[in-house]
Design a protein around this ligand. Structure first.
Ligand SMILES: [Zn+2]
Length: 261
């Protein structure tokens, strides 16, 4: 943990903030090809934070226009393959650099985090009890499995999720008519059906469907509720920005750019 005692109230040196984030999110413990941490270096002093799910020219420009000094995102600039700084990738980098905006990305660490992670936040919103890690990616469990305090009909469960995200869910009712034991895997978790069934869960809550996994729900006999990749990943960046406000007194804003996916 870096010493941030020399920072003035309401502002923090970028390097101190990044060190704090890397430590809090346990970035070094993840073998994640999407490059977690500071991806673009901007201004040295942070006074205002913006948070968004995705990195795009729109979100970067919106962050710059909002007066933010740093944009926190879940999906950063990189997904594990080298990219030339050309075309839209160039436009993204240029938008941030021209605005002197820092870009900090937290992908798997922000799915998995026990306090501000996407899955922990949804588990808390659903009051799951007896929670345990679930859904291994690159040697780490990033999801949460647990039990609802009382049994819900599948329809009532879907309604609760819709209230939570504000969007309509897609439901594949491969299991029984009721929901009690739930596994949550934000984003792209449609390949987690077998794992959920092996744990004795009756329902998998995830983000985005994949056609190749359609029959899994029905053949493993569990329900799968797809709440949207974007919608299941707004929780982490918002909670992380709120954490920075608590810890450093930095004001923040969530930039809502839904993808419909
Ligand atoms: Zn994602």
């Amino acid at each position: 943990m870096s010493d941030v005692s020399m920072n003035r109230p309401g502002e923090v040196r970028r390097d101190d903030l990044v060190a704090w984030l890397n430590d809090y999110l346990q970035v070094s413990t993840f073998k994640d090809v999407s490059l977690n941490g500071l991806q673009i270096e901007g201004t040295d002093i942070i006074r205002r934070v913006a948070a968004s799910v995705d990195t795009s020219v729109k979100t970067l420009q919106h962050a710059a226009d909002s007066g933010a000094d740093i944009l926190l995102v879940h999906h950063g600039l990189f997904w594990g393959r080298p990219l030339p700084i050309t075309g839209p990738h160039y436009q993204r980098v240029r938008t941030a650099i021209q605005a002197d905006l820092n870009l900090y990305a937290s992908h798997l660490p922000l799915d998995a985090h026990a306090e501000v992670g996407n899955n922990a936040m949804m588990a808390r919103a659903l009051s799951l009890t007896g929670t345990m890690p679930f859904a291994e990616v690159a040697g780490k469990q990033i999801g949460v499995a647990g039990e609802l305090p009382f049994e819900l009909s599948l329809q009532d469960f879907a309604d609760r999720i819709q209230k939570l995200t504000g969007e309509i869910c897609l439901v594949h009712s491969g299991g029984g008519p009721t929901v009690r034991r739930v596994g949550i895997c934000s984003g792209e978790g449609s390949d987690r059906v077998a794992e959920a069934a092996a744990l004795g869960l009756d329902t998998l809550l995830t983000g985005e469907p994949a056609h190749k996994h359609f029959n899994d729900a029905f053949e493993y006999g569990i329900n799968v509720v797809f709440a949207g990749h974007y919608e299941t990943e707004v929780f982490g960046v918002r909670a992380l920005a709120a954490k920075l406000e608590d810890h450093f007194g930095l004001p923040w804003q969530f930039l809502h750019h839904p993808t419909g996916l």
